[in-house]
Design a protein. Structure first.
Length: 125
């Protein structure tokens, strides 16, 4: 038998990976002034989904001046929500927002190879 202390929380088993579509997705856009727009779709437990847009206005020093949420919609499933996110992204880009592009293929060159692995550091005395 395992002993448990009175104030100790039981350890929960790790969640099993759920197959299928991701539970959320989003697109981040910026405008030339530095403001940020995030278009998000989130799946619900019942299989439906909802989308919303967050607009973050930044001050000149880079701090957040205001945050507004809008364009909320309910959808029958995540595929419908994903389509609306793409439609909103297209409309935002047409209005002058700049879509953030993933940095694919821009990684730094390797600092070492498999034959020349780094040596361990010596402990400080």
């Amino acid at each position: 038998m395992s002993e448990t202390k009175p104030n100790e929380q039981p350890v929960k088993p790790p969640r099993k990976a759920q197959g299928g579509a991701p539970k959320s997705m989003g697109v981040t856009l910026k405008d030339p002034a530095g403001d940020i727009m995030r278009i998000t779709a989130v799946a619900k437990k019942d299989g439906s989904a909802h989308t919303y847009v967050i607009h973050r206005v930044l001050a000149d020093d880079g701090t957040t001046k205001s945050v507004a949420r809008g364009a909320s919609q309910q959808h029958v499933n995540m595929d419908a929500a994903r389509a609306v996110v793409e439609k909103l992204k297209t409309a935002a880009v047409a209005a002058g927002w700049i879509a953030k592009v993933a940095a694919v293929g821009r990684s730094k060159p390797d600092a070492f190879d498999a034959l020349n692995l780094p040596k361990p550091r010596k402990a400080k005395k």
